[in-house]
Design a protein around this ligand. Structure first.
Ligand code: AHM
Ligand code: MG
Length: 339
C-alpha cells in the first residue's frame, strides 16, 4: 500500500530531505547532503542508462567509439560517478563496491573527517543492460567506527545490517525512481525528466503482508535445496483458500524484482544451491540494504533461517542466500526449509 497525502505533492527529493532533517533537532545535515549527492549521481547514471541502446551506433561499451574515445561499460561508469559524488559530498570517508575488490578510501581533508561509509552496487542486474530491461543502483550507509580524521578501515564496512543509517535503491525502469529509508519507513521519488528532479511520489510504502507473486530463477531448480523445491511446488498448486497457484515473475534484476514485490506483495528467493552454498547475492551491498527496506515496509528478509540484518559480515564480497518480501510468504518458505 502506498500512502501519499496531498500536501506532499510536487515536493522534490532535496526539499523532502531538508524537511525530514528538521525532525531531528541535532541533525547537522550530513546524512542529508550524502543522500542528495547520491540523488545527483543517480540522475547522471540515469542519463547514460537511457542512452545505452545507442552504444552500437556510438561504439560498443568496453571498446572505442567513433571519436576514438574508449566507451566505459555502464557499471564501471556508474561506479565512478557514485564515487565522485560521494567524495564531493565531503561526508563519506570511503566506499565498498561490487566493482572494486578492496575498499576505496577518500583521503582529502574533508572526506577524512566524514562520518559515514557507503556500500554500493552501482549497477545491479548487469545482464539486463544490453536488452533494455530494468536495472538498478543499490546503496547502504553506515556510521564509521574508526575515528574521524583517519582513513576508513575495513572494520567500518564489516558492520551488521542492523547498524545501517540509511539504505535505498534507484530503479531505472519505465520511469526512474529512488526509494530509500532512514529507518522511518520507506519513501519513493520518481524522476520527472522534464525538470530533472526526483519528485516525491510514494510518501510511505507499506508492503502487503501476503502476496501472490514468487520470484526465483527456476532454471536452477535441479540445484535447489529440497525445501525450496517443495515451496515452489506449493506456489504452483491450486488452492482457492490461499489464492494459489501464485504468479511467477522473474526479471533477473534484484532491484526490479524486489520493487515489484514490494508494491504488489510477493517473495523473492535467491537460495543456496549445491554448487553455490551461499547463493549468489552479496550481503553488504545487495542483501543488507534490501533487507532494511523490506523490514521498514513491514516485510521480512532472511537467509532461510536468520534475519539478514543480524548476520555478522566477515568479508566485503560475502554472499548469502536471500529470502525476502511479504512477511507471511517468507515465513511460509521458511517452514518448507525447516521440514
Ligand atoms: P550482478 O550484480 O552481477 O548484476 O548480479 C546480481 C543479479 C541480481 O540483480 C539478480 O537478482 C541476480 O543477479 C540474477 O541472477 P541469475 O541470473 O542467476 O538469476
Ligand atoms: Mg549486483
Amino acid at each position: 500500500m502506498v500512502t501519499h497525502p496531498k500536501e506532499y505533492q510536487g515536493i522534490t527529493l532535496n526539499e523532502f530531505i531538508i524537511q525530514r532533517q528538521t525532525n531531528f533537532p541535532y541533525a547537522k545535515g550530513e546524512l542529508s547532503r550524502l543522500l542528495s549527492h547520491i540523488g545527483i549521481a543517480a540522475k547522471i547514471i540515469n542519463r547514460e542508462v537511457n542512452k545505452a541502446g545507442l552504444v552500437d551506433i556510438l561504439g560498443e561499451t568496453g571498446t572505442t567509439n567513433v571519436q576514438g574515445e574508449s566507451v566505459k561499460k555502464l557499471d564501471v561508469f556508474s561506479d565512478q560517478q557514485l564515487i565522485a559524488a560521494l567524495k564531493a559530498s565531503g561526508e563519506c570517508c570511503g566506499i565498498a563496491s561490487e566493482e572494486n575488490q578492496e575498499i576505496v578510501t577518500f583521503d582529502d581533508e574533508l572526506s577524512l573527517d566524514g562520518k559515514y561509509i557507503v556500500c554500493m552496487d552501482p549497477l545491479d542486474g548487469s545482464s539486463n543492460i544490453d536488452v533494455n530491461v530494468s536495472i538498478g543502483t543499490i546503496f547502504s550507509i553506515y556510521r564509521r567506527i574508526s575515528p574521524r580524521g583517519e582513513k576508513a578501515k575495513i572494520e567500518d564496512f564489516l558492520q551488521k545490517g542492523t547498524e545501517q543509517v540509511a539504505a535505498g535503491y534507484v530503479i531505472y525502469g519505465s520511469s526512474t525512481m529512488m526509494v530509500y529509508t532512514t529507518g522511518l519507513g520507506v519513501t519513493g521519488f520518481t524522476l520527472d525528466p522534464s525538470i530533472g528532479e526526483f519528485c516525491l511520489s510514494h510518501m510511505r510504502i507499506d508492503t502487503p503482508e501476503n502476496g501472490k507473486i514468487y520470484s526465483i530463477n527456476e532454471g536452477n531448480y535441479i540445484k535447489f535445496p529440497e525445501g525450496v523445491k517443495k515451496y515452489i511446488k506449493y506456489c504452483q498448486e491450486k488452492d482457492d483458500a490461499t489464492n494459489r497457484p501464485f504468479t511467477s515473475r522473474y526479471i533477473g534484476s534484484l532491484v526490479a524484482d524486489f520493487h515489484r514485490n514490494l508494491l504488489k506483495g510477493g517473495i523473492f528467493i535467491y537460495p543456496e544451491t549445491a554448487t553455490n552454498p551461499s547463493g549468489k547475492l552479496r550481503l553488504l551491498y545487495e542483501c543488507n540494504p534490501i533487507a532494511f527496506l523490506a523490514e521498514q515496509a513491514g516485510g521480512k528478509a532472511t537467509d532461510g533461517k536468520r534475519r539478514i540484518l543480524e548476520i555478522q559480515p566477515k568479508t566485503l564480497h560475502q554472499r548469502v542466500p536471500f529470502y525476502t518480501g511479504s512477511r507471511l510468504m517468507v515465513e511460509k518458505a521458511e517452514e518448507f526449509l525447516e521440514r
